[in-house]
Design a binder for this molecule. Structure first.
Ligand code: UN1
Length: 508
């Protein structure tokens, strides 16, 4: 079976009509071979405007449905996803080039957030606060917010939608989704799965969860629409810089998940065997195309000469190739642009005096050998003496910069001396170092780990980061609060009208 035939059969199994993927102006390629696997129609500006208005109308209805009942829709969605983990996971692999187990893992993240959100639907609780006034009660109530705009990136083409949609829908919001132009097939498949869940649930308002496939202009429509009080956008810092001021100008809320430049400190007491395995997954997994990918390694001088040669060995031997094949650990880059950006950064690092292992294009294990449109690379290990400009920039490819440190304070300073602040790790058996790393004066990131890598976060925690990463938090913990409007209510059940702060205003 060719990839094309496999895509057709997966889409048919998931309930996406062939007509939706065979004719249209958007060309979809699989990075596995570079071949075209679909042609998708894109939405016009007028149709997008209409869809946003319809989503708003859906929200007006949906907000009246009791939250636990809304949770039932998400519970069913989770079941549908569970039943389709194989085909949807495989489609994620075909469209993004992730390993099969990573494709499945992505769908598992969707299932997990559905479980979380279904439970949450019975816990959207506010505080009751003691009132300073006699016979008064003060409480807070969480109300649905409106239409949530979701703009997602190619690398987690469906999980990011689910983090937002599962929460937004139990919170009583409607969702309008603009996926990456590189991954519309998994979006169409997810939408079809959602529609099936909605059918099983019963009546849901038309347009409650809507998919808009189109270019950046569609994203701009979401950002500019007065009917959308919250936009959750995942992508580059450049994208965030364009989006944030526009949202601020109309006082809309933003959840921004932008670039990361994640580092790990390897301290003298680190368990080097565990550290090596953690680095390998975090730095090379998903071919370096996670926002949580490990990009900088800060190694103590006493373990440098032990760890780095071992790493070089792993970098040299790791199997690069078909992400669907047994044994492969590094699949393709998403496209040529990504390959060129990687080469450019390596060139820049070389000029800055770095020693580079790997980084070259790989053809031998490449199922797309015959097709020059597929871009496989050997992950690059870049030993560099200081944090040159290129190290401070996020290159969305498997490049790991390795730096040496002497004092722990210097390591921390290096760690935080980049514009981004998503994820971070320390490998140490020293309690003081570990706790310092997690303290107010330690890692300045939204995620800080001890003895595990920077990537592969669970959905139960709040996910996101500081500084140029954008400050947004998605997924677990109390991230749901952003998808709701908080009202503080004060109720007087007495016959007097005492004023707060002891103010008197007697009109008698
Ligand atoms: C992303 O790369 O945009 O922590 C999200 C992780 C995944 C999510 C990554 N759970 O690596």
């Amino acid at each position: 079976m060719t990839i094309q035939q496999e895509v057709e059969s997966i889409l048919a199994a998931l309930g996406v009509p062939a007509a939706a993927t065979t004719k249209g102006e958007l060309t979809v390629r699989t990075p596995i071979t570079g071949e075209v696997i679909a042609q998708i129609p894109t939405i016009t500006a007028e149709a997008a405007q209409k869809a946003i208005a319809q989503a708003h109308a859906a929200y007006l209805e949906w907000r009246n449905v009791p939250a636990p009942r809304r949770g039932e829709l998400i519970r069913i969605l989770g079941e549908e996803l569970r039943a389709n983990i194989e085909p949807l996971g495989r489609l994620v692999t075909i469209e993004t080039g992730k390993l099969l187990s990573e494709g499945h893992g992505e769908v598992q993240e969707m299932i997990d957030i559905c479980t979380f959100a279904a439970g949450l639907s019975r816990q959207l609780a506010g505080l009751t606060v003691p009132s300073e006034r006699s016979k008064h009660r003060m409480m807070e109530t969480w109300h649905p917010l409106g239409v949530v705009g979701v703009i997602s990136a190619f690398n987690f083409p469906v999980a990011v939608w689910s983090w937002n949609a599962a929460l937004a829908l139990v919170c009583g919001d409607a969702v309008v989704w603009k996926p990456s132009e590189k991954t519309p097939l998994t979006a169409l498949a997810t939408q079809a799965i959602f529609e099936r869940a909605a059918k099983k649930f019963g009546n849901i308002p038309v347009g409650l969860a809507t998919l808009l496939i189109g270019d950046a202009k569609v994203g701009e429509q979401l950002v500019d629409s007065p009917l959308i009080p919250l936009v959750s956008a995942t992508g580059s810092t450049a994208m965030g810089r364009a989006v944030a001021p526009k949202l601020a100008a109309r006082f809309a809320k933003a959840i921004l998940e932008l670039g990361g430049n994640n580092a790990a400190i390897v301290a003298p007491t680190a368990d080097l065997d565990l550290t090596l395995r953690a680095i390998a997954f975090s730095a090379m997994g998903t071919a370096g195309q996670r926002c949580t990918t490990l990009r900088r390694l800060i190694v103590h001088e006493s373990v440098y000469d032990k760890l780095v040669p071992q790493l070089k060995k792993v970098y040299g031997s790791v199997v690069v190739g078909d992400p669907g094949a047994q044994g492969t650990l590094v699949g393709p880059l998403i496209d040529e642009r990504s390959f060129n950006a990687m080469q450019k950064s390596l060139e820049e690092a070389r000029s800055a005096g770095a020693t580079i292992t790997g980084g070259e294009r790989v053809f031998t294990a490449n199922p797309g050998t015959a097709n020059p449109e597929a871009f496989y690379v050997r992950p690059a290990l870049v030993e560099i003496s200081s944090q040159a400009e290129v190290v401070k920039r996020e290159t969305f490819a498997p490049i790991l910069y390795v730096l040496k440190y002497t004092g722990f304070t210097d390591a921390l300073a290096l760690h935080n001396d980049v514009p981004q602040g998503l994820s971070s790790s320390i490998f140490t058996m020293n309690l003081r170092e570990a706790e310092l790393f997690l303290s107010a004066t330690g890692s300045d990131c939204g995620i800080a780990n001890v003895n595990i890598g920077t990537s592969g976060a669970e959905i139960g925690g709040a996910f996101g980061g500081e500084k140029e990463t954008g400050g947004g938090r998605e997924s677990g913990s109390d991230a749901w609060k952003q998808y709701m409007r908080r009202a503080t209510n004060t109720i007087n059940y007495g016959t007097d009208l005492p004023l707060a702060q002891g103010v008197s205003f007697d009109i008698s």
